[in-house]
Design a protein around this ligand. Structure first.
Ligand code: ZN
Length: 349
């Protein structure tokens, strides 16, 4: 039987919004020119994961990717997006996710029991995640409403600043130690998310922000889609000290398939051997243990290795794990069990 993958990050909602919103949702059913749709999910064993709601900055992602294909790059952080501009976009994308659920394409899951039930019935299990908290007001009214709508995971920042903290720029070579830590409201946000059971995603936070969350949160630390800085010194990747802290907290890092965060030279080009993904897995497992690593593909949000191509290529990665001598038990943990265990701890079931 095909190994089922529960994945830490995808941007398919952003792509469907770009393709026209509601009328474009049929592409998710019928097949589309991208990384995730129902046909590719079935073919690859994609069982679900974190579906990102993301407010794009007014810049051309293609230009950004072209810059990141260069040997060195330092992309400036995009300008902050005001709350009143972000909120309608977030409402639109939550509505798209709900529409997909109404059409039977997936299920919005609010607990691990719901994820397991969806997986058992062959339905895609979607965790509602916000990448960058511009839509959240400091009084947390939007947070409470979004939680009621199913929100269970949140990144205080994407790679730009919010009222809560500051993101890491896409910079190579560089550490993520750029800029100040969380603001006072950012610290309140972490405490509030801990209290109600929302994952705080560290993936786009700068290093000072990372350590602030590590100091405040009583929950396992989570980086949904990040790699090992020791193998690819990109600002978005995690240093060994950060990996150690995630492991010690009982948390998780999801392997990002973005080639710019995999390749030692940081270049975002399709050429990247699948073995490189195994090198990052090996390193992260060596630092944290096999209970604290999973997958966080960044499908529909990044350039992924040509050998994987899209969600239908997930079995290629699973086969490469077998090739490296990983046991079936270890592969099952990496493919989904670790995510389900850690989410249970954070959500309380
Ligand atoms: Zn991201």
């Amino acid at each position: 039987m095909i190994m089922r993958v529960f994945d830490g990050h995808n941007d398919v909602l952003l792509k469907l919004r770009k393709a026209g919103g509601r009328p474009a949702l049929k592409l998710f059913h019928q097949g589309r020119d991208g990384h995730i749709d129902l046909l590719r999910a079935v073919a690859g064993g994609f069982a679900g994961g974190f579906f990102a709601i993301f407010v794009p900055s007014p810049m051309d992602l293609a230009t950004m990717k072209a810059e990141m294909a260069q040997p060195e790059y330092d992309l400036a952080l995009p300008d902050p997006i005001p709350h009143e501009q972000a909120l309608p976009v977030v409402m639109e994308m939550v509505a798209l996710l709900m529409q997909l659920e109404a059409e039977g394409a997936l299920r919005i899951c609010r607990s691990v029991a719901e994820i397991r039930a969806a997986m058992a019935e062959g339905e895609i299990a979607a965790v509602m995640h916000i990448e960058g908290a511009e839509a959240i007001d400091p009084a947390f009214h939007a947070l409470d409403v979004l939680y009621a709508a199913g929100l269970r995971s949140l990144g205080p920042v994407w790679s730009r600043s919010t009222v809560f903290g500051h993101g890491v720029p896409f910079k190579y070579p560089s550490t993520g130690d750029i800029g100040p830590g969380l603001t006072r409201d950012g610290k309140r946000l972490v405490a509030r998310c801990d209290e109600i059971g929302i994952v705080i995603d560290l993936s786009h936070l700068n290093e000072a922000g990372f350590w602030d969350v590590a100091g405040i949160s009583s929950k396992p630390l989570i980086a949904t889609h990040s790699n090992a800085h020791a193998l690819c010194p990109q600002a978005r990747n995690l240093t060994d000290a950060q990996l150690d802290a995630v492991g010690a907290s009982g948390g998780m890092v999801g392997l990002n398939f973005a080639t710019g965060f995999l390749r030692p030279d940081g270049q975002m080009v399709p050429q990247a051997p699948v073995e490189l993904m195994l090198d990052h897995l090996d390193h992260m497992i060596e630092r944290m243990g096999e209970d604290h690593v999973g997958l966080g593909s960044d499908f529909d949000g990044a350039v992924v290795p040509e050998g994987i191509k899209d969600a239908s290529g997930l079995p290629v990665l699973i086969e490469a794990m077998r090739g490296r001598g990983y046991s079936e038990e270890k592969i099952t943990k990496l493919a989904h069990e670790n995510w389900l265990r850690v989410l249970g701890v954070i959500w309380g079931g």
